[in-house]
Ligand binder design. Structure first.
Ligand SMILES: [Zn+2]
Length: 100
């Protein structure tokens, strides 16, 4: 039914424009193209494109420190100041990545 399709689309749109945060790096995901992708090319809404592509993590052996440094660089690229980026990564990452 057309109506249901439209509704489904709205739910997806809400999901993407809502505060989506990558479960791996904590980066906010703002648009469909920021999502990671499964092997079949569909969007993986749990992770961002930087972390997860075509069904695989881009850096399976990355350390927390490397990840933090990388995320700070990404956040700065998105226009965030270095100190703000640093704070965001520091407060978000340790909670997302299991320690030990
Ligand atoms: Zn990510």
């Amino acid at each position: 039914m057309l109506f249901n399709k439209a509704n489904e689309f709205r739910i997806v749109a809400m999901k993407t424009t809502d505060r989506n945060i990558c479960q791996s790096c904590g980066m906010p995901i703002r648009s469909m193209s920021d999502f990671g992708t499964y092997a079949d090319g569909s969007a993986n809404t749990d992770y961002c494109f930087e972390c997860y592509q075509e069904g695989l993590f881009t850096d399976p052996d990355i350390t927390l420190e490397e990840k933090m440094a990388r995320n700070i660089a990404i956040a700065q690229k998105l226009g965030m100041s270095r100190s703000k980026a640093h704070q965001m990564v520091k407060t978000k990452l340790p909670g997302l990545v299991p320690s030990g």
